[in-house]
Design a protein. Structure first.
Length: 110
């Protein structure tokens, strides 16, 4: 139970730090978001919990495929002003694009 609380606390701290930093410096916030902080934390915590390198290697290979498929999520947000989109419509469009890309891969990939 303590390990779950620690993992949640670390995750919340990372999210809050990125949120606060991006408010002051969007470029620095973007840099932090582009770093694989969640992946590093997830791999580390998984290793500490399971010590299963085979499983971690498979997860890393799947992540290598899925990361590029999530990039369409950012396009509507990045061009929201040019497209006259509000935050929620841009967010919704981005989620739809990511779901389509990932869904197609999940359905078509071996």
């Amino acid at each position: 139970m303590l390990s779950i609380v620690i993992r949640i606390t670390i995750s919340v701290a990372v999210i809050l730090a990125v949120s606060e930093i991006s408010r002051r410096s969007p470029r620095l916030g973007a840099l932090l978001l582009s770093l694989p902080l969640v992946s590093i934390l997830a791999f580390s915590m998984s290793w500490v919990h399971q010590h299963d390198l085979k499983s971690l290697s498979r997860m890393a290979r799947e992540t290598l495929i899925l990361v590029p498929l999530t990039l369409p999520f950012f396009f509507p947000l990045a061009f929201a002003e040019r497209l006259s989109l509000g935050f929620w419509s841009a967010m919704g469009m981005g989620l739809c694009l990511a779901v389509i890309a990932i869904g197609a891969w999940m359905r078509l990939a071996p």
